[in-house]
Design a protein around this ligand. Sequence first.
Ligand code: ATP
Length: 281
Amino acid sequence: MPEAPILALPLLEVEGLGIHFGGLHAVRDVTASVPAGQITAIIGPNGAGKSTFFNLISGFYQPTSGRIRFQGEDITRLRTHQVVARGIARTFQTTTIYKELSVLDNAMIGHRVRTRAGLLDALLRTGRERRDEEESRVGAMRALDRVGLAAQAGRPAGALTQEGQKRVGIAMALSSDPKLLLLDEPAAGMNPEETVSLMGLIRELVSGGLTVALVEHKMSLVMGLADGIVVLHHGQKIAQGTPGAVSRDPAVIEAYLGGHAHGGQMGQPGRAAGETGGAHA
Ligand SMILES: Nc1ncnc2c1ncn2[C@@H]1O[C@H](COP(=O)(O)OP(=O)(O)OP(=O)(O)O)[C@@H](O)[C@H]1O
């Protein structure tokens, strides 16, 4: 049966995007899009270029070729804080929360990236700095509310469960009120129950109007959550489509089975999707 076409307009578009480190093309000539109001998963075997792709979109790396457009605007050469100000925020693969600080302080740090006061303002406690601090507090509380942590705002972040700490990381990104949230391996280190709960949170955020792109190895999460999937392999895009279409794509199956025939976290996309047809035989 043909797959339903993806009709949503692209929020983010990349065209011919690439970066090389010396002779290694970590991302090569990738043209792909992230539709507004949807969940797009970026998958691929280890070293496929997924994190590098996120680093390019979020301005951590400058591409050596290609273009990035966000809401129709060319953001290819913008620096990280300018990208955040346009409405793209990200979380990181490894937890980067400050465990000894309160949950609220962590979320406020996320917000400060967007506020205007510089270091000098902060040191001199100027009026602008005080206004910014208040603004950060309000933005941070709103973000904590969105991830269900408002009641825990005063607790040290390190006292929260693993999943709670993941939510703090997401609140840090949300506090800048992004339109596009990039989640780098959100389910890493989480048990199946926590993973299901996190999937519920991501769905809620998207029903509230957010667009999400995520890099994830756990196929149960990807197949159960994503509206669309982009598959990278050796830095190149080898497929983009619905979970069903991608899991049946011979190039995708080959990419996974080629280097991962003996299992591992990624496994076989089709099987993880619960498909029973003989497409992978
Ligand atoms: N700053 C860098 N300098 C040199 N090489 C890099 C740099 N960043 C990434 N690479 C290389 O680019 C390739 C892609 O790495 P990347 O981390 O993007 O892959 P990935 O798909 O996210 O992998 P994983 O699933 O293992 O996290 C790898 O070969 C990696 O070693």
